[in-house]
Design a protein around this ligand. Sequence first.
Ligand code: ADP
Ligand code: MG
Length: 339
Amino acid sequence: MADIINLLPDNIANQIAAGEVIQRPASAVKELLENAVDAGATEIQLIIRDAGKELVQVIDNGKGMSETDARMSFERHATSKIQTIEDLFRIRTMGFRGEALASIAAVSQVELKTRLRGTDLGTYIEIDNSAVRKQEPCQTAEGTSIAMKNLFFNVPARRNFLKSNAAEMRHIVDEFIRVAMAFPQVQFTLNNNNTQLFYLEKGSLKQRIISILGQHYNARLVSVKETTDYMDVNGFVGKPETAKKTRGDQFFFVNNRFIKSPYLHHAIMNAFAEMIPADSYPLYVLFIDLDPEHIDINVHPTKQEIKFDDDKVMYAFVQSAVKHALAQFSITPTLDFEL
Ligand code: ADP
Ligand code: MG
């Protein structure tokens, strides 16, 4: 009897995987919002109670799920977004790993309501600790509502690691803003304990920036737009006068995915050099689009760090695009119209 290896049961395997994907309520916010976007929703509501410790709910008017898909969506590696390894390098959706819902269901109690577009009856599913407790047909709006309740109720050690409500709420708002910024054509709302914190109407990127970051940016945004065969960059930087001592108004998106890149941040700071005081930060909201073949987004489960096949080209391109934009506006400042 020397054999000692056994396979972990699904719920334990899922709980372990969840440790990478779902670290705090804000991680679930990101995953659920991205799923709603991937489902083609044009209106997305985020509802929070107790800084997400009690409830994180996302309601969307996207394409919804069939009864079978609704059940399948909670299985590990269950995804409608890729089928082959090649697809990974053509990815245009936010999700593709098929881990988010399985992870969420492993560390909370989940209630799903969904109705496939064009069908009459929806599906209701209740899951607790990876196990389906209830499944039945239900009346519900077209689209999907997923409620994650009592995060980490079954993993007390992790629950104890959660920070104060104020700190967890800041993480939630950060994730909400990152997704909302990338999809100005989608309406987003955020409610916390029955108070509406954000109501973001559909509109232009400029309107979205102003409604998230403040009216003072109106007439103080400089458009950045440049195209090559390899990639293009689009978006806005703040006029030098709006640079702040604090960070927070800096956003980088690659193929609509928010990423953290100290390297590209540096490229922008370089473009601003001399125009702003030392240790102050200009606003930027920049979208880089390029063929997914040039990037690897699968280097980290949360996909916030990505690899480019040519870092130096990116750096030079971003820096020169921002420089051109700044030069343009200082020669012809009257070209900057009011909203
Ligand atoms: P991934 O997004 O990586 O595919 P998820 O675990 O987040 O994995 O979701 C699994 C699958 O469930 C998705 O591929 C999608 O088909 C379906 N799904 C999840 N959320 C939604 C939603 N809000 N609307 C429609 N389908 C959804
Ligand atoms: Mg997903």
